[in-house]
Design a protein. Structure first.
Lengths: 337, 294
């Protein structure tokens, strides 16, 4: 569990794991199952007090950020093109629901599959270069996808797909009420986050980490680094697609906003602000950014300015992110007492 | 008069537009390559600073009544100084960290700058008149060549040439190249490398601002003009490789032409042709056309 040689970029987000799991009280406080249970209970009750569409939006973006974080935090790959998966899946789901009459679950599955396929195509190209080039290539390829979406016949161009019907889940469960859609989103979110958790804590996740830390060494140990990176990329793209597809169920809308480069930047910001390489960070980051956008939406471009400022601040002085910082404080405090 | 299946004036006209776009691509990717050489970061704020360059020219005229020619010099100086402040106070503290942090920071800066100008001036854009001496154009017999567009190409070539000369042929350039190779060693010889880094960032950014002033009379001065062009320039940089000055200039012009040609024969794809070329280059020659195989 204890990783000693971390690259600087990823060390920021991760406190030293493995040191705090011995004594009784502390074990309870760091028990992932307990916290997951508490979290799920809170999320089950919350829509009775807060507008469910709002929390559903946060959960969609939290899943998106978690998918992105899987790639950056655990495989060390900074993608600036994740909007392509999010947006393209939204279009595919929207089209399937609106024009092909798919049921909700089939629409979401189709969108997720589209995200995975696009991820495979982009990943095959992008993993040929590393670091800064990887970021630029993903950004450029996503821009290409954006232009395709702008001109392709099934995306509705500038208008996007509006008024996408919320079809019944499995053909029997009614999805027309916001509350039902919320619980669908919550279910999807939990499944998505569980997949991320299982991936990170599997042998596959360990290999990813070793590639992140020292790629030539991982290769010399016999791991096909490119294949692992590609698998991580496709998985991340598929989960981003899942988030985008689910978002269509909530807002009944798929538009160019979902696929623009600004969206790629937003998801990076959510992950960085919440804490790169943490499980809860993306949820925290998404909550803050979405709330911020809602509050500042009325005053022109202030939201963009604030996002830029938060970015600069995080990089200069807050590289662990919120959750990473709390984890770090907690472990140092544990170490002292 | 047809040329390869299209009327020759149409062909030549699109080629000219391609060449002009190529001029902007070349100057911008040249600045990116300079900065990348010494700082090892890709300056995401490059597009935003190109936009600021155009806006400074616009504001100089609008508020102080300073015209095009002084602005062509003043705007790069002002933006260059601004860039040096950014380097000194924001980029230097994170210089020793993973270079991806530099990318994230400059991305945040780009959002900040773009958001600020959007808040102040909206997205409709401001017009900037072509200076009187460059108005009009020549009739070349087969097409009409606007004087200003010819000037843009000439100016871009001059600036690219001058930068190449500075880097490859002068003592300062030699020191810079040495610092790219081995900063510690150059420092041991008594060269103030941090200052050199600041100056390099300033120069790269000034080039972006220069391109911005050149662009002001052609496109509307618009807060979004930077982010539209910078992603294309990134693709060009991937194609050409950030390794060499010459590579950045040549691939900038070439891909501009390539875009122009696509607009003649298959206009629907003109937006994406550069990205397609990038994808092909990644498959065939992952290190880029001018890059060293890494």
């Amino acid at each position: 569990m204890t990783d000693t040689t971390k690259t600087d970029f990823n060390r920021a987000g991760e406190a030293k794991a493995g040191t705090a799991s011995t004594s009784g009280a502390a074990a309870v406080l760091t028990d992932i199952r307990l916290w997951s249970a508490i979290g799920i209970v809170v999320l089950l009750i919350l829509p009775h007090y807060v507008y469910p569409v709002m929390i559903a939006k946060v959960l969609c973006f939290a899943l998106f950020a978690a998918a992105f974080n899987l790639l950056l935090g655990f495989a060390g790959l900074l993608s600036f093109g994740h909007a392509a998966f999010f947006g393209m899946s939204a279009y595919v789901t929207g089209y399937c629901l609106q024009s092909l009459g798919f049921t909700a679950e089939l629409g979401i599955l189709a969108g997720t599959a589209a995200g995975a396929l696009l991820g495979l195509a982009m990943g095959l190209l992008a993993i040929r270069r590393q670091g800064i080039y990887f970021a630029m290539i993903t950004l450029a390829l996503a821009q290409m996808v954006y232009f395709v979406a702008l001109q392709a016949p099934f995306t509705g161009g500038e208008d996007g797909l509006q008024g996408v019907p919320r079809r019944d889940l499995f053909g029997i469960i009614d999805m027309s009420s916001n509350m039902n859609v919320y619980y669908l989103v919550l279910g999807v979110f939990c499944i998505g986050l569980f997949i991320v958790y299982r991936t990170v804590h599997s042998p596959f996740g360990q290999v990813l980490k070793s590639i992140r830390e020292n790629e030539p060494r991982a290769i010399s140990l016999g791991y096909d680094a490119d294949r692992y990176k590609l698998m991580a990329f496709v998985l991340s793209a598929a989960l981003s697609g899942l988030a985008g597809s689910t978002k269509v169920m909530v807002f009944q809308l798929a538009s160019l906003t979902d696929i623009q480069w600004q969206m790629s930047g937003e998801v990076v910001l959510m992950a960085v602000l919440g804490g790169i390489g943490t499980m809860v960070g993306p949820l925290v980051g998404a909550t803050i950014i979405i709330t911020l956008q809602n509050e500042l939406a009325q005053i022109g471009s202030v939201s963009t300015i604030v996002q830029g400022a938060v970015f600069v601040f995080c990089v200069l002085a807050f590289r662990r992110g919120i959750v990473g910082e709390i984890k770090h404080r907690w472990t140092t405090w544990r170490g002292r007492s | 008069m047809d040329f390869l299946g299209v009327p020759f004036p149409v062909f030549a006209g699109q080629l000219l537009i391609g060449l002009i776009n190529g001029a902007f691509y070349a100057v911008l990717s040249l600045g990116l390559a300079l900065i990348f050489g010494l700082l090892n970061i890709v300056n995401f704020a490059h597009g935003a600073l190109y936009m600021v360059g155009a806006f400074v020219a616009f504001l100089l005229l609008d508020i102080l009544g300073i015209g095009y020619w002084p602005a062509l010099l003043l705007s790069p100086i002002i933006v260059g100084l601004f860039g040096m402040v950014i380097e000194r106070f924001l980029l230097r503290p994170i210089a020793d960290l993973d270079h991806l942090y530099g990318l994230l920071l400059t991305f945040g800066l780009a959002l900040l700058i773009e958001g600020f100008f959007r808040q102040m001036y909206g997205v409709s854009g401001e017009t900037y008149a072509i200076p009187s001496i460059l108005q009009g154009g020549f009739n070349l017999g087969f097409m009409f060549l606007p004087t200003y567009r010819a000037w843009v190409i000439v100016a871009a070539i001059i600036v690219c040439g001058a930068t190449w000369f500075l880097i490859e042929q002068t003592r300062l350039g030699a020191t810079m190249r040495a610092a790219v190779e081995n900063a510690d060693l150059v420092r041991a010889f008594g060269v103030n490398v941090p200052l050199l880094v600041t100056l390099t960032y300033g120069l790269g950014v000034a080039l972006a601002a220069f391109a911005g002033v050149l662009a002001a009379p052609i496109y509307s001065v618009n807060p979004l003009m930077g982010s539209n062009i910078i992603i294309v320039v990134f693709a060009i940089v991937v194609i050409g490789g950030l390794g060499s000055i010459k590579g950045a200039i040549i691939s900038g012009f070439l891909l501009g032409l390539c875009e122009g040609l696509t607009r003649v024969y298959y206009p629907e794809a003109s937006n994406i042709v550069i990205f397609v070329v990038m994808a092909i280059v990644l498959v065939v020659r992952p290190a880029g056309l001018f890059g060293k195989t890494a």
